[in-house]
Unconditional design. Structure first.
Length: 140
């Protein structure tokens, strides 16, 4: 398991007519947080693509607890929960400035070959970085 925190301010274009963050933005927030976690363990998305592998989302599950608004400082706690075969599971907890959870999510991504989009094993450098930074052994 690997955890990482990423903070950002809600931008005005992320809000809707009701003055709250539109639900579609949460996927964008979590995508950024996921790559910041990878970056924190020495993996860039570019390095994975250059290896010929992509990581499309194959499953998303969100639970909305509170709304949030323009200019609020939010923090995402991202956890790389497990990696098994060609799949990686991430959990996300999104907090406002008062440390209240406003959203939680679980997202699953899969390693696929960039050329044919067929599932493929994770590159060794990805597995090595995850193993090196994991607090327990959730890799196969």
């Amino acid at each position: 398991m690997i955890e990482h925190e990423y903070s950002f301010r809600v931008m005005y274009p992320d809000t809707d007519q009701m003055g709250t963050v539109h639900h579609s933005n949460y996927a964008k927030y979590y995508e950024t947080a996921r790559w910041e976690l990878f970056r924190s363990i020495g993996i860039s998305y570019n390095s994975i693509e250059e290896f010929g592998v992509m990581l499309p989302v194959i499953k998303m599950n969100f639970k909305f607890h509170k709304t949030t608004h323009y200019d609020e400082l939010l923090t995402v706690r991202t956890t790389l929960k497990a990696i098994k075969g060609v799949r990686i599971w991430f959990t996300y907890h999104l907090f406002n400035e008062k440390k209240e959870m406003i959203n939680e999510a679980e997202i699953q991504v899969a390693f696929v070959n960039k050329e044919n989009w067929k599932p493929c094993p994770p590159p060794a450098f990805v597995l090595d970085a995850i193993e090196k930074h994991s607090t327990n052994n959730d890799t196969e």
